[in-house]
Design a protein around this ligand. Structure first.
Ligand SMILES: Cc1cc2nc3c(=O)[nH]c(=O)nc-3n(C[C@H](O)[C@H](O)[C@H](O)COP(=O)(O)O)c2cc1C
Ligand code: SF4
Length: 447
């Protein structure tokens, strides 16, 4: 069942006329006849969980927004999408902008936001034009601006271009950047729902979360909540990449098995050249990597499904997370140490530098991983690496520190023998090339 991408195949669906002809803006018309509280209630009933990564219940988040007398409130959509392996929001904004704008209007109405923002990553340089055109079309048709459809509700949506920093996807850093400052995360509390953009009550939601509000209104929260498995309700967009035959964006049902998703013709279509599956990172680069045996079956021997509960079954010892749905597949030829190094390099580069465990720890992890991968490490370096990641996790202002620590911890936990191989086979280690892009020597860079 497709709830988000059902119209994606229609030619010209990006444009207002085609969108409207195919049932567009009915959800806005329906929503504006309801009260804002009723909409929040429908979203609560739907069981929708935020699609930005943490999976926090959206209706509950909306109910936290403070309503001080005379103070404006804001909806800010997080379209930063910088998590490596994640590109599903891009698909929604590029091909179904009116679905997303419908969600923005309804969510703004539910939250009482008369001025809402879409904060989009700088690298998506062509998408703001698409969104601004959709906003202009919606406004010309009376779905934005003053007194929308005679409801008395006024709303403007502005697109704000980021400059290209992963940390600006963290909601408080995003708010700082939106305010025109350097994107440094804030210490919480106060949470954005109380003091967010310009210290006003603010809700930050992911693009897919907001786009999903439109089908929820059309179906009704209760009906939407019946789709899916347990607390994983509705459907989910997955961006699949790596060693698979058919990379792309898929809308999956939550009862789909990981095995069917990787090998099914309807989905990723298997691994090129019939190679064996080595491992996978199912929820974007920050979530723990799982080796094939634990990916396809849980530690209890149950079939692993593509949903929040099943992927996290076993905790971080033997499980992982659905995260942002950035599904990265590694075949038997890939080197986990090199892969982990590449990620560590990314997190070191993206750390904002405010807290020392993250600022220093990410740099140390990068250097040690580089040494090990190049065959210049010692066995004690593996324990040192383990120790460093432990000291980062949970000791920082924002979760970027955790995001940097988890991939390293999971790689050592599940592939320690591969780390040891690099230490014990220095010569072979130096000549092995798995075709991953050339990278600079961090020791030279630092020197
Ligand atoms: C370093 C970092 C980067 C993040 N990047 C994104 C992002 O690109 N998009 C996103 O929606 N959420 C991102 N998040 C999560 C947001 O802070 C926030 O939880 C999310 O936008 C809330 O939306 P949701 O409730 O709809 O999931 C990031 C978090 C961290 C710590
Ligand atoms: S954890 Fe890292 S990115 Fe987050 S505030 Fe601290 S230094 Fe900055």
């Amino acid at each position: 069942m497709k709830l988000l991408l059902d119209k994606a195949h229609i030619e010209g669906i990006r444009y207002y006329d085609v969108w409207k002809k195919n049932g567009g803006y009915q959800s806005v018309e329906k929503a504006l006849k309801m009260s804002p509280e009723e909409i929040v209630e429908e979203v609560k009933k739907s069981g929708l969980r935020g699609r930005g990564g943490a999976g926090f219940p959206t209706g509950l988040k909306w109910s936290f927004i403070a309503k001080p007398e005379g103070v404006p409130r804001h909806l800010v959509c997080n379209a930063d999408e910088s998590e490596p392996g994640t590109f599903k929001d891009r698909y929604l904004m590029e091909f179904l902008p009116h679905l997303f704008i419908e969600g923005m209007i309804i969510s703004s109405y539910a939250l009482g936001s008369n001025t809402s923002y879409i904060y989009i990553r700088g690298e998506y340089s062509w998408i703001p034009d698409i969104l601004e055109q959709a906003i202009a079309e919606a406004k010309a048709a009376g779905y934005l601006g003053k007194n929308i459809l005679g409801s008395g509700f006024d709303c403007e949506i502005y697109v704000h271009r980021g400059a290209g920093a992963y940390i600006c996807g963290e909601e408080t850093a995003l708010i700082e950047s939106l305010e025109g400052k350097r994107g440094n995360p804030r210490i919480k509390p106060p949470f954005p729902a109380v003091q967010g953009a310009w210290m006003r009550p603010t809700v930050v939601n992911n693009v897919e979360t907001i786009a999903t509000v439109s089908p929820i209104i059309m179906l009704g929260g209760e009906e939407y909540g019946k789709i899916g498995v347990g607390k994983s309700t509705g459907t989910k967009l997955i961006s699949a990449c790596g060693n698979i035959n058919k990379p792309g964006v898929y809308e999956i049902p939550f009862d789909l098995s990981v095995e069917d998703f990787i090998y099914g013709d309807e989905w990723c279509g298997g691994i090129p050249k019939g190679k064996k599956l080595k491992a996978c990172i199912p929820g974007g680069s920050s979530v723990p990597i799982l080796p094939a045996n634990l990916l396809l079956k849980t530690a209890k021997g149950e079939t692993r499904l593509m949903n929040y509960e099943s992927l996290s079954d076993g905790g971080f010892q033997t499980g992982t997370m659905l995260g942002s749905g950035g599904f990265i597949v590694l075949d038997e030829d890939q080197c986990v140490v090199k892969h982990t190094y590449t990620l560590a390099r990314f997190y070191r580069h993206e750390s904002c530098g405010q807290c020392s465990p993250c600022r220093e720890g990410t740099g140390w992890m990068e250097k040690i991983l580089y040494k090990i991968e190049k065959g210049q490490g010692k066995l004690s370096d593996i324990d040192l690496l383990w120790d460093i990641q432990r000291r980062i996790e949970g000791n920082t202002i924002c979760p970027l520190g955790d995001a940097a620590a988890w991939p390293v911890a999971a790689a050592i936990r599940h592939f320690r023998d591969e780390f040891e191989w690099h230490v014990l086979n220095p010569e072979e280690s130096q000549v092995r090339n798995y075709g991953i892009a050339h990278y600079a020597d961090p020791l030279e860079v630092v020197a």
